[in-house]
Design a protein around this ligand. Structure first.
Ligand SMILES: [Zn+2]
Length: 413
């Protein structure tokens, strides 16, 4: 995938210009649908004839369909364009105990969701997921399946096509993309859960922060990073593993082998440990713990307060390292945001070295939805380019190099 960068200078071919203009039109339809061709031309700055050509092409490719007919006081009644809801994405949320396979349309609406018990090894998992996906495709001949997005509780090295770091899954390094593509015949994108969640915020919650973090708190703690408008993967796809920075060298052992990592204190499992220590009773699931807390159980509330303080304890390292404008928290715990959020916000305020504290909020959608919508964004990003509106490229100027200046509003997410 080609990435725009604030540091690059590149000459655009006419093919590049066409591709960028097509992505601009497709994104405008996605965000403002239903929309007329005239409004598309106004919003994009492109010639009406160029918009019409692109629209016809998108209709031929079944990305866009004619929607309702608009009403104006006089003159021709415009036909509105909207995304084709029959074009769908298969989303697979791979998690340690239970995974989810879902079908969503291009707008991120779910058409179907199925739970699958996660097998204990990658070979069986790929076989079972492939079978389930093929059955869904066979059951829906009316749908156009665009691709498969897989979100994993680990990191994905796209240069080597390997899931490289999934300590809570306890599987060895494995290739997920190629076997799934071979079995299903569909293109597959694989992404870390936190990265998928930060993409979901940009694509579906329409966050416009150029420095945005999604902190996912579940069995572990992961950070998805958009820095200066780019999703950060870095070497081996490993950027964002703040959950495995030790806060206490003599703390409990972590899934990564080290002791006292941040996630050993701040994850759902940590809250259950605090609760077990506090109540000396049998351990519930995290879901049970939240329900107990919502019912006013004091030991559960204390365990969750402790968890919030531990999430807060990691804020200094995250903010000092990345200086975000906005931090979005994703996880079941956000159900108790009214109680846990202020504890975290206090820690964020105390962690800022210069300037205003970043905006802190829970994710726009609940955790499972955020991860699945992230997979939709991963697949659509291939077709739409950036989620953020860009200036159109005018074909007749493309012989001159387009210089992307530092500070220009370039986003690649
Ligand atoms: Zn660790």
């Amino acid at each position: 995938m080609r990435r725009a960068s604030v540091h690059s200078e590149q000459g655009a071919t006419s093919e590049t210009a066409r591709g960028i203009n097509r992505a601009i039109v497709l994104n405008l339809i996605r965000k403002r649908q239903p929309i007329s061709r005239a409004d598309l031309a106004r919003a994009s700055g492109l010639q009406p004839s160029t918009v019409s050509l692109i629209a016809e092409q998108l209709i031929r490719e079944k990305w866009v369909v004619y929607g309702s007919v608009g009403r104006l006081p006089r003159g021709r009644r415009p036909t509105f364009l909207q995304l084709n809801e029959r074009r769908v994405i298969l989303a697979l949320d791979l998690r340690p105990a239970t995974s989810t396979v879902a079908v969503t349309d291009v707008n991120g609406n779910f058409l179907e969701r199925q739970s699958i018990q996660t097998p204990d090894n990658p070979d069986t998992a790929i076989k079972i997921f492939s079978e389930r996906i093929l059955r869904i495709i066979a059951d829906h001949p009316e749908l156009l399946f665009e691709g498969i997005g897989v979100v994993i509780p680990g990191r994905y090295d796209d240069k080597r096509d390997r899931v490289v770091f999934a300590p809570n899954l306890k599987w060895p390094e494995f290739d997920l993309r190629a076997p799934l593509e071979k079995a299903t015949g569909l293109p597959v994108k694989v992404e870390n859960a936190a990265n998928a969640c930060v993409l979901a915020e940009v694509w579906f919650a329409q966050s416009t922060a150029r420095n945005l973090l999604a902190i996912t708190v579940s069995e572990g703690v992961g950070v998805g990073i958009v820095a200066d408008g780019h999703l950060v993967h870095a070497a081996n796809g490993m950027a964002g593993e703040f959950g495995h920075i030790p806060l206490d060298a003599s703390g409990p052992t972590c899934g990564c082998g080290a002791r006292g990592c941040w996630e050993v204190y701040a994850s759902n499992w940590a809250a259950l440990r605090f609760y077990g220590a506090a109540s000396r009773s049998g351990r519930p699931s995290f879901h049970d713990l939240l329900a107990l807390a919502e019912g006013g159980d004091q030991n559960s509330l204390r365990a969750l307060d402790h968890m919030a303080q531990e999430i807060g304890r990691g804020m200094r390292m995250v903010i000092a390292a990345l200086s975000p404008e906005e931090i979005v928290f994703v996880g079941e715990f956000t159900r108790l945001w009214n109680r846990m959020g202020p504890i975290i916000e206090r820690a964020v305020k105390q962690s800022v070295l210069v300037g205003n504290p970043p905006l802190v909020r829970p994710a726009a959608a609940e955790a499972s939805v955020a991860r699945l919508r992230g997979t939709v964004a991963m697949v659509l990003k291939e077709r739409f380019g950036s989620a953020v509106e860009r200036r159109p490229r005018i074909a007749k100027l493309v012989r001159k190099p387009i210089v992307l200046r530092r500070g220009a509003e370039v986003m690649s997410v």
